[in-house]
Ligand binder design. Structure first.
Ligand code: ZN
Length: 234
């Protein structure tokens, strides 16, 4: 059984009526709902405004794959929680960064570069996600490409280290391209997946749900996670 925790900033849905209309219970709830249908997964959620952002030791120590959606309040995530998340990933937990979580503290710290830096515009354009690793477990069930009808546009350059495996490249009508599905290993497996701007119903799209479901299975640790000593604190 894969123990999944879906973490969400959960502010836009409470502060912006147009977002609340799409995700009345939050993006985390929408993602948890489709993941919960898989018999090999148990799913819980956590949000920024809960104590310890909902990521207590008990929760983290019982999470195999952590999904992360954040946008406007990355800096409110406590460094202590970020340290524990990163250590757990280094010990083997899977981590899936969604959309604007490219600029989240855990993602940046795990990759070690200015991952917050990329080209972006908010015009509601479509994007076409081309599969660049056919046969990879994350693209199981998809064809050569699929399209998201409306999303925020991200473009290169994206200041990430070269991915260990590039699963998707997105094309946009404005001429931009973007590495929209990227795999890394930092002890645990990390997947960055770009679609998911909060003003569009992207997490209800079947192909998106397929990718995220596949990614959870790919990122799940294949061995028991043993907590290593944290040498940074002596
Ligand atoms: Zn966005």
């Amino acid at each position: 059984m894969i123990r999944v925790t879906v973490w969400n900033e959960f502010r836009h849905e409470q502060e912006m009526p147009e977002v609340k209309a799409i995700y009345p219970n939050g993006i985390h709830a929408a993602i948890a709902e489709f993941l919960s249908k898989n018999e090999d997964m148990t799913v819980r959620t956590a949000t920024l405004d809960e104590p310890e952002h909902g990521l207590t030791d008990e929760v983290l120590n019982n999470t195999d794959v952590l999904l992360w959606w954040g946008h406007a309040h990355h800096n409110e995530v406590s460094d202590e929680v970020v340290r524990k998340v990163c250590q757990r990933v280094n010990d083997g937990m899977g981590f899936i960064a969604l959309h604007s979580a490219h600029a989240s503290k855990p993602f940046s710290r795990l990759l070690g570069t200015r991952t917050d830096m990329l080209r972006w515009r908010e015009d509601g354009d479509m994007q076409r996600l081309w599969i660049t690793s056919p046969g990879h477990p994350i693209v199981k069930g998809l064809g050569d490409y699929f399209e998201v009808p409306h999303d925020e546009t991200y473009g290169e350059q994206f200041f990430i280290p070269q991915p260990d495996n590039l699963v998707f490249i997105s094309w946009h009508p404005g001429g931009e391209v973007f590495r929209s599905g990227c795999c890394f290993v930092r002890g645990g497996r990390i997947f960055y997946f770009q679609p998911g701007h909060e003003t569009f119903p992207i997490y209800y799209q079947p192909e998106i749900q397929t990718v995220i479901t596949n990614a959870v299975r790919w990122a799940a640790p294949t061995y028991p996670i043993v907590q290593t000593k944290d040498y940074s604190t002596g």
